[in-house]
Write a new protein. Sequence first.
Lengths: 113, 115
Amino acid sequence: DQQVKQNSPSLSVQEGRISILNCDYTNSMFDYFLWYKKYPAEGPTFLISISSIKDKNEDGRFTVFLNKSAKHLSLHIVPSQPGDSAVYFCAASALNYGQNFVFGPGTRLSVLP
Amino acid sequence: DTEVTQTPKHLVMGMTNKKSLKCEQHMGHRAMYWYKQKAKKPPELMFVYSYEKLSINESVPSRFSPECPNSSLLNLHLHALQPEDSALYLCASSQQLAGVYNEQFFGPGTRLTVL
């Protein structure tokens, strides 16, 4: 049973518009969440994180929103650029996981010029 | 140096072969990880080393044998693998700061094919 879900396997967005990637989790013990970006033939690259004590974290064009009651988080990319085209993984962790991360299945984002 | 390097990039091996995957980082990280990733699936944790000691083994078959010779190096020894073990093997490292979560830095992976 997947504890971290990304229900959209793919997403296409026009350059300059907003990209919204969604992630849901089932384990209420998760208290730290990350987004990773992965290009083909490369390892995942850390993008942004959020702790459960916050509901928003912003870094440049990237903002992550956390809704604990809904067990839902989302990554907003504004404005989207063609270089953002990649697979985005949501990951979650809890203290009883030894701070190790459980990854979602990923969403492939395509930003069209 | 903020890189995690992995060698080889690609490996093809038969079911009777013995091979090793190598991972190296020079960021002073004291935690190192092996993940396995199948196509269109998320990375799955295999092993975690903390301060050169194996701290987590996620019920991985014994045909995979990890080794951490020192704080910068992590090996994965492979023996008698099955075709279903074909996957991308990712190495990662992180700090081990107490009381905070530490993001993991990933290498580019080794694409393994077992014939």
